[in-house]
Design a protein around this ligand. Sequence first.
Ligand SMILES: [Zn+2]
Length: 498
Amino acid sequence: MPGNRSTNGYGAVRIFNTMSRKTETLKTLKEGLVKIYCCGPTVYESPHIGNMRTYVWQDIFRRTLELNGYEVLHVRNITDVGHLKSDADTGEDKLQESANRRHSTAWDIARMYTEEFFDYSRMLNIRDPSVSPRATDHINEMLALIKKLDDNGYIYEIRNDGIYYDTSKFKEYGKLTGMNFAQLNNYLIGGARVELSKDKRNITDFALWKFSPVDEKRDMEWDSEYGIGFPGWHIECSAMSMKYLGETIDIHCGGVDHIYIHHPNEIAQSEGATGKKFVNYWMHGEFILVENKKMSKSKGSFYTVADILKKGFGWREIRYLLFSAHYRSQLNFTFRGLESAKASISRMHDIMRRLNGINEPDDNAELKKLRAFVNSHKNEFLKYMNNDIMVPEALRVVFDLISYINKQIEEGRIGKTGSEEAIGAMLFFDSVLGLNLAELMEEDEAPQEVIELLDKRDIARAKRDYALADEIRNTILDKYGFIVEDSKDGQHLKKASR
Ligand SMILES: [Zn+2]
């Protein structure tokens, strides 16, 4: 396999670590294995494209690690309780609030939006994590962790409110932010990121366990030695990360919005309980802009994946646009960007089609030249991906190879072996990009009508119109002789044998 080899035989992957503010070479706890925890979605409404950007870059990163020969143990949780509307641990639980608004229960809301989240992430060809634990399935683990923090002297109770973490007792609280305790407190007060609550000892203190209101039965509540209630959002991640990955993990991922509150809290809980370092590398992805502005519901620039599909774009275009900017830069999501993503995917598809049509014998000297060019581009691509996921540069390498090959084809210099190796390079790139180019080639055999029907079926599924989706599937089989299969990564076509 090409790429820079580190001394232990795995690719030398470099990561910008938020904790050190430096790009560091990944050194895993266990040779050949990477343990990653990514903060997952809060399942109270449809995921928007900004949420999906986060999961797309994490997917690309995981695929890069795997291409380097690593085994990846990837945990991404589902937050289905305890994420309150305000960072100050006040306000209603987002799920409960969504349930009240929709005259449903928090349990039904959680089920519905968890399912929908997986539908969309699979549609965007984001691989399922190794484990997707639900917070509500891990209440005992969270309570056990709170008990440890209790034993270690970190907690206090606010009457009729909940059990809180006294952040002043955790010596290095907030180290992820690059500020000390006093600086961070001032920053949070000054920036009004968190409201001051008169009962909290420090502005940075946060709820580990919230009590149910005395006169109200919540949809989601559990009995505990601290009283009937529900867990705080932060304790969920510490408990689930520890359960599935151990007390210390290699990499923890999330959005930049987690640098100042959620992740410092995770560190305080985990390290306060175990006395061991929680995470070796912290990776944070930037936000998305829509048409150069902050995404906003009131301004009509808030898009879910379904919204974009309904406008006639396919999942590949959405995925492409979402990964096309470096994960630590803001991504400007525009309809022009989707159009240009479409053109880029077409160029990839076209070259594969052209290469696939070549059956001539190879000229040895030409083959040797082509092979050298192809291999150097594979190396270059991996070098960029391994350097803190430099996708824009890696894409330039892909298109440089495509231009070269197009020219070679025009000049009649490529034979069958050469074309196969060039197709191999495209599939090598695609093992990271995840555009399913191989499937595009299979679909080449299907008539255009079928491709259009598949797009319609994608939209039907996005709208949860399963009756229409089934009807389209039957039409494709009866009229065109193709079987449509639904899998983790979307729809697949297979020629029916008859
Ligand atoms: Zn988290």
